[in-house]
Design a protein around this ligand. Structure first.
Ligand SMILES: Nc1ncnc2c1ncn2[C@@H]1O[C@H](COP(=O)(O)OP(=O)(O)OP(=O)(O)O)[C@@H](O)[C@H]1O
Length: 287
Protein backbone atom coordinates (compact mmCIF):
# COMPACT_ATOMS: atom_id res chain seq x y z
CA UNK A 1 0.00 0.00 0.00
CA UNK A 2 1.53 3.23 -0.95
CA UNK A 3 -1.18 5.49 -2.25
CA UNK A 4 -4.19 6.92 -0.48
CA UNK A 5 -6.51 5.53 -3.10
CA UNK A 6 -5.46 2.01 -2.09
CA UNK A 7 -6.54 2.47 1.50
CA UNK A 8 -9.43 0.29 2.49
CA UNK A 9 -12.60 2.23 3.13
CA UNK A 10 -14.07 1.08 6.44
CA UNK A 11 -17.46 2.60 5.72
CA UNK A 12 -19.08 5.77 4.51
CA UNK A 13 -19.13 8.01 1.47
CA UNK A 14 -16.43 8.77 -1.04
CA UNK A 15 -13.39 10.60 0.35
CA UNK A 16 -13.56 14.34 0.50
CA UNK A 17 -9.77 14.30 1.16
CA UNK A 18 -8.15 14.75 -2.24
CA UNK A 19 -5.30 12.34 -2.95
CA UNK A 20 -2.78 15.11 -3.28
CA UNK A 21 -3.61 16.24 0.29
CA UNK A 22 -3.20 12.84 1.89
CA UNK A 23 0.35 13.54 3.04
CA UNK A 24 -0.45 16.97 4.41
CA UNK A 25 -1.08 17.40 8.11
CA UNK A 26 -4.79 16.98 8.84
CA UNK A 27 -4.82 19.70 11.45
CA UNK A 28 -3.13 22.06 9.05
CA UNK A 29 -5.71 21.10 6.47
CA UNK A 30 -8.69 21.71 8.73
CA UNK A 31 -7.49 24.76 10.61
CA UNK A 32 -5.08 26.47 8.25
CA UNK A 33 -2.28 26.22 10.90
CA UNK A 34 1.36 25.27 10.27
CA UNK A 35 1.97 21.53 9.66
CA UNK A 36 2.39 19.35 12.75
CA UNK A 37 5.61 17.71 13.84
CA UNK A 38 4.40 14.19 13.07
CA UNK A 39 5.62 11.52 10.66
CA UNK A 40 4.59 12.41 7.14
CA UNK A 41 5.19 9.12 5.34
CA UNK A 42 2.52 6.76 4.15
CA UNK A 43 -0.93 7.31 5.64
CA UNK A 44 -2.45 4.37 7.52
CA UNK A 45 -5.73 5.92 8.63
CA UNK A 46 -7.64 8.78 7.05
CA UNK A 47 -10.61 10.08 8.99
CA UNK A 48 -12.56 12.42 6.75
CA UNK A 49 -15.27 14.69 8.17
CA UNK A 50 -16.51 11.81 10.32
CA UNK A 51 -19.87 12.05 12.06
CA UNK A 52 -21.16 9.29 14.32
CA UNK A 53 -24.72 9.39 15.60
CA UNK A 54 -26.16 6.91 18.08
CA UNK A 55 -29.87 6.27 18.02
CA UNK A 56 -31.27 5.56 21.47
CA UNK A 57 -34.72 4.03 21.56
CA UNK A 58 -36.98 4.54 24.55
CA UNK A 59 -35.25 7.78 25.61
CA UNK A 60 -37.03 10.66 27.35
CA UNK A 61 -37.84 13.69 25.26
CA UNK A 62 -36.28 16.94 26.46
CA UNK A 63 -39.39 18.22 28.24
CA UNK A 64 -39.99 14.95 30.08
CA UNK A 65 -36.78 14.72 32.12
CA UNK A 66 -36.19 15.13 35.77
CA UNK A 67 -38.30 13.38 38.38
CA UNK A 68 -40.00 10.13 39.33
CA UNK A 69 -43.47 11.35 38.33
CA UNK A 70 -42.23 12.25 34.87
CA UNK A 71 -40.40 8.92 34.60
CA UNK A 72 -43.53 6.96 35.54
CA UNK A 73 -45.74 9.03 33.22
CA UNK A 74 -43.21 8.42 30.47
CA UNK A 75 -43.24 4.67 31.00
CA UNK A 76 -47.04 4.61 30.95
CA UNK A 77 -47.33 6.95 27.97
CA UNK A 78 -44.70 5.16 25.96
CA UNK A 79 -46.40 1.79 25.86
CA UNK A 80 -46.42 0.83 22.20
CA UNK A 81 -44.87 4.19 21.20
CA UNK A 82 -41.11 3.97 21.75
CA UNK A 83 -39.30 7.30 21.34
CA UNK A 84 -36.02 7.68 19.56
CA UNK A 85 -33.31 10.16 20.51
CA UNK A 86 -30.13 10.83 18.61
CA UNK A 87 -26.74 11.36 20.27
CA UNK A 88 -24.31 13.07 17.94
CA UNK A 89 -21.09 11.71 19.49
CA UNK A 90 -18.50 12.60 16.81
CA UNK A 91 -19.03 15.82 14.87
CA UNK A 92 -16.93 16.30 11.78
CA UNK A 93 -13.55 14.85 12.83
CA UNK A 94 -10.80 14.95 10.18
CA UNK A 95 -7.17 13.81 10.48
CA UNK A 96 -4.57 11.56 8.86
CA UNK A 97 -2.42 9.05 10.78
CA UNK A 98 0.86 7.74 9.39
CA UNK A 99 3.07 4.67 9.76
CA UNK A 100 4.98 5.03 13.02
CA UNK A 101 2.45 7.34 14.66
CA UNK A 102 1.35 6.66 18.24
CA UNK A 103 -1.61 8.96 18.72
CA UNK A 104 -3.01 9.59 22.17
CA UNK A 105 -6.65 10.67 22.36
CA UNK A 106 -7.62 12.78 25.34
CA UNK A 107 -10.84 14.48 26.31
CA UNK A 108 -13.36 14.68 29.08
CA UNK A 109 -15.89 11.92 29.78
CA UNK A 110 -18.31 11.65 26.88
CA UNK A 111 -16.17 13.66 24.45
CA UNK A 112 -16.29 10.83 21.89
CA UNK A 113 -12.90 9.07 22.36
CA UNK A 114 -14.19 5.48 22.48
CA UNK A 115 -16.70 6.22 19.75
CA UNK A 116 -13.91 7.46 17.48
CA UNK A 117 -11.82 4.32 18.10
CA UNK A 118 -14.79 2.05 17.44
CA UNK A 119 -15.49 3.91 14.21
CA UNK A 120 -11.86 3.52 13.08
CA UNK A 121 -12.14 -0.19 13.89
CA UNK A 122 -15.16 -0.35 11.57
CA UNK A 123 -17.58 -1.23 14.36
CA UNK A 124 -19.76 1.88 13.96
CA UNK A 125 -21.04 3.10 10.61
CA UNK A 126 -20.45 6.77 9.84
CA UNK A 127 -23.54 8.93 9.73
CA UNK A 128 -21.56 11.17 7.39
CA UNK A 129 -17.96 11.21 6.19
CA UNK A 130 -15.66 8.19 6.06
CA UNK A 131 -12.74 6.29 7.56
CA UNK A 132 -10.07 4.73 5.32
CA UNK A 133 -7.53 2.31 6.76
CA UNK A 134 -4.50 0.44 5.55
CA UNK A 135 -5.15 -3.17 6.60
CA UNK A 136 -7.43 -4.40 9.33
CA UNK A 137 -7.40 -2.27 12.48
CA UNK A 138 -7.48 -4.21 15.77
CA UNK A 139 -9.36 -2.77 18.70
CA UNK A 140 -8.07 -3.72 22.11
CA UNK A 141 -10.46 -2.58 24.80
CA UNK A 142 -11.11 -3.41 28.41
CA UNK A 143 -14.04 -5.48 27.16
CA UNK A 144 -12.13 -7.30 24.41
CA UNK A 145 -13.85 -10.54 23.62
CA UNK A 146 -12.06 -13.14 25.70
CA UNK A 147 -14.24 -15.81 27.24
CA UNK A 148 -14.48 -15.70 30.98
CA UNK A 149 -15.48 -19.32 31.40
CA UNK A 150 -12.44 -20.58 29.48
CA UNK A 151 -8.92 -20.87 30.89
CA UNK A 152 -6.26 -18.32 30.04
CA UNK A 153 -4.56 -21.05 28.02
CA UNK A 154 -7.62 -21.63 25.82
CA UNK A 155 -8.14 -17.90 25.43
CA UNK A 156 -4.57 -17.42 24.27
CA UNK A 157 -4.93 -20.12 21.63
CA UNK A 158 -8.37 -18.92 20.45
CA UNK A 159 -7.32 -15.26 20.56
CA UNK A 160 -4.25 -15.99 18.42
CA UNK A 161 -6.32 -17.91 15.88
CA UNK A 162 -8.87 -15.08 15.86
CA UNK A 163 -6.04 -12.71 14.93
CA UNK A 164 -5.19 -14.96 11.98
CA UNK A 165 -2.10 -16.75 13.32
CA UNK A 166 -1.20 -20.23 12.06
CA UNK A 167 -0.89 -23.16 14.53
CA UNK A 168 2.91 -22.90 14.25
CA UNK A 169 2.81 -19.19 15.08
CA UNK A 170 0.53 -19.87 18.06
CA UNK A 171 2.98 -22.48 19.38
CA UNK A 172 5.85 -20.04 18.91
CA UNK A 173 4.10 -17.14 20.64
CA UNK A 174 2.33 -19.01 23.45
CA UNK A 175 5.03 -18.87 26.12
CA UNK A 176 5.93 -15.29 25.27
CA UNK A 177 2.31 -14.27 25.84
CA UNK A 178 2.15 -16.06 29.19
CA UNK A 179 5.43 -14.49 30.30
CA UNK A 180 4.45 -11.01 29.16
CA UNK A 181 1.07 -11.17 30.90
CA UNK A 182 2.69 -12.27 34.18
CA UNK A 183 -0.33 -14.41 35.09
CA UNK A 184 1.91 -17.46 35.72
CA UNK A 185 0.02 -20.53 36.92
CA UNK A 186 -3.32 -18.72 36.62
CA UNK A 187 -3.10 -19.52 32.92
CA UNK A 188 -4.56 -22.92 33.80
CA UNK A 189 -7.61 -21.39 35.48
CA UNK A 190 -10.78 -19.89 33.96
CA UNK A 191 -10.57 -16.15 33.35
CA UNK A 192 -13.56 -15.68 35.65
CA UNK A 193 -11.09 -16.23 38.54
CA UNK A 194 -8.80 -13.38 37.39
CA UNK A 195 -8.65 -9.90 38.86
CA UNK A 196 -9.50 -7.12 36.40
CA UNK A 197 -5.80 -6.25 36.18
CA UNK A 198 -4.86 -9.83 35.30
CA UNK A 199 -7.55 -9.96 32.63
CA UNK A 200 -6.36 -6.67 31.13
CA UNK A 201 -2.75 -7.87 31.11
CA UNK A 202 -3.66 -11.08 29.33
CA UNK A 203 -5.76 -9.19 26.74
CA UNK A 204 -2.90 -6.82 26.03
CA UNK A 205 -0.37 -9.67 25.88
CA UNK A 206 -2.49 -11.58 23.35
CA UNK A 207 -3.37 -8.60 21.18
CA UNK A 208 0.13 -7.22 21.03
CA UNK A 209 1.73 -10.60 20.22
CA UNK A 210 0.90 -9.95 16.61
CA UNK A 211 2.27 -7.13 14.53
CA UNK A 212 -0.63 -4.82 13.80
CA UNK A 213 -0.87 -2.26 11.05
CA UNK A 214 -3.25 -0.26 13.20
CA UNK A 215 -3.69 -1.10 16.89
CA UNK A 216 -6.44 0.74 18.78
CA UNK A 217 -6.10 0.60 22.56
CA UNK A 218 -8.99 1.86 24.67
CA UNK A 219 -8.03 2.24 28.33
CA UNK A 220 -6.75 -1.34 28.31
CA UNK A 221 -3.62 -0.33 30.18
CA UNK A 222 -5.54 1.44 32.93
CA UNK A 223 -5.95 -1.59 35.17
CA UNK A 224 -2.39 -2.88 34.91
CA UNK A 225 0.11 -2.11 37.65
CA UNK A 226 3.15 0.15 37.24
CA UNK A 227 5.53 -2.57 36.11
CA UNK A 228 3.07 -3.86 33.53
CA UNK A 229 2.42 -0.33 32.24
CA UNK A 230 6.14 0.08 31.63
CA UNK A 231 6.28 -3.21 29.70
CA UNK A 232 3.22 -2.19 27.69
CA UNK A 233 4.69 1.18 26.83
CA UNK A 234 7.81 -0.57 25.60
CA UNK A 235 5.73 -2.87 23.43
CA UNK A 236 3.78 0.05 21.98
CA UNK A 237 7.10 1.62 21.08
CA UNK A 238 8.12 -1.61 19.31
CA UNK A 239 4.87 -1.63 17.32
CA UNK A 240 5.54 1.94 16.25
CA UNK A 241 9.09 1.10 15.31
CA UNK A 242 7.87 -1.76 13.12
CA UNK A 243 5.97 0.98 11.27
CA UNK A 244 2.55 0.25 12.71
CA UNK A 245 0.17 2.92 13.98
CA UNK A 246 -1.14 2.95 17.53
CA UNK A 247 -4.12 4.88 18.89
CA UNK A 248 -4.29 5.08 22.65
CA UNK A 249 -7.21 6.33 24.75
CA UNK A 250 -6.20 6.77 28.37
CA UNK A 251 -7.22 9.04 31.19
CA UNK A 252 -3.72 8.76 32.64
CA UNK A 253 -2.01 11.60 30.79
CA UNK A 254 1.47 10.40 31.85
CA UNK A 255 0.97 7.19 29.87
CA UNK A 256 -0.01 9.24 26.83
CA UNK A 257 2.86 11.67 27.20
CA UNK A 258 5.42 8.90 27.62
CA UNK A 259 4.13 6.74 24.78
CA UNK A 260 2.75 8.98 22.05
CA UNK A 261 4.35 11.28 19.49
CA UNK A 262 1.07 13.07 18.84
CA UNK A 263 -2.09 13.84 20.81
CA UNK A 264 -5.60 14.62 19.62
CA UNK A 265 -7.81 16.46 22.11
CA UNK A 266 -11.50 15.77 21.55
CA UNK A 267 -14.04 18.12 23.02
CA UNK A 268 -17.76 17.46 22.64
CA UNK A 269 -17.14 15.31 19.60
CA UNK A 270 -14.85 17.77 17.79
CA UNK A 271 -11.06 18.08 17.57
CA UNK A 272 -9.99 20.97 19.74
CA UNK A 273 -6.25 20.44 19.27
CA UNK A 274 -3.98 18.01 17.38
CA UNK A 275 -0.21 18.08 17.78
CA UNK A 276 2.79 17.72 20.08
CA UNK A 277 1.91 15.75 23.27
CA UNK A 278 3.44 18.29 25.67
CA UNK A 279 1.65 21.24 24.10
CA UNK A 280 -1.72 19.54 23.75
CA UNK A 281 -1.63 18.08 27.28
CA UNK A 282 -0.61 21.46 28.75
CA UNK A 283 -3.53 23.14 26.95
CA UNK A 284 -5.88 20.34 27.98
CA UNK A 285 -4.84 20.63 31.64
CA UNK A 286 -5.59 24.36 31.53
CA UNK A 287 -9.09 23.44 30.31
N1 LIG B 1 -23.99 2.90 22.75
C1 LIG B 1 -24.32 4.18 22.88
N2 LIG B 1 -25.59 4.59 22.70
C2 LIG B 1 -25.92 5.89 22.83
N3 LIG B 1 -25.07 6.87 23.15
C3 LIG B 1 -23.79 6.51 23.36
C4 LIG B 1 -23.35 5.16 23.26
N4 LIG B 1 -22.02 5.11 23.53
C5 LIG B 1 -21.66 6.38 23.80
N5 LIG B 1 -22.71 7.22 23.72
C6 LIG B 1 -22.70 8.67 23.90
O1 LIG B 1 -21.79 9.22 22.97
C7 LIG B 1 -21.03 10.26 23.57
C8 LIG B 1 -19.54 9.92 23.48
O2 LIG B 1 -19.30 8.76 24.28
P1 LIG B 1 -17.86 8.05 24.32
O3 LIG B 1 -18.00 6.81 25.15
O4 LIG B 1 -17.35 7.91 22.95
O5 LIG B 1 -17.01 9.13 25.08
P2 LIG B 1 -15.58 8.97 25.79
O6 LIG B 1 -14.86 10.23 25.50
O7 LIG B 1 -14.94 7.69 25.39
O8 LIG B 1 -16.02 8.93 27.32
P3 LIG B 1 -15.26 8.30 28.61
O9 LIG B 1 -14.02 9.12 28.84
O10 LIG B 1 -16.26 8.47 29.70
O11 LIG B 1 -14.98 6.85 28.31
C9 LIG B 1 -21.56 10.41 25.00
O12 LIG B 1 -22.54 11.42 24.99
C10 LIG B 1 -22.20 9.07 25.28
O13 LIG B 1 -23.27 9.22 26.18
Amino acid sequence: MAETKELQQVKGDKPAVPEKDAKASPAAKSSGKAPLDVPTGTPTVIVDDLHIVYRVYGAASDNEKGNAVNALTRILKRQGRPQMKEVHAVKGVTFVAYHGDAIGIVGRNGSGKSTLLRAIAGLLPPHKGAVYTDGQPSLLGVNAALMRELTGERNIVLGCYAMGMTPAEVREKYQEIVDFSGIDEFVQLPMSTYSSGMGARLRFAISSAKTHDVLLIDEALATGDREFRKKSEERIRQIRESAGTVFLVAHDLRVIEETCNRVIWLHKGKIRMDGDPKEVIAAYNKG
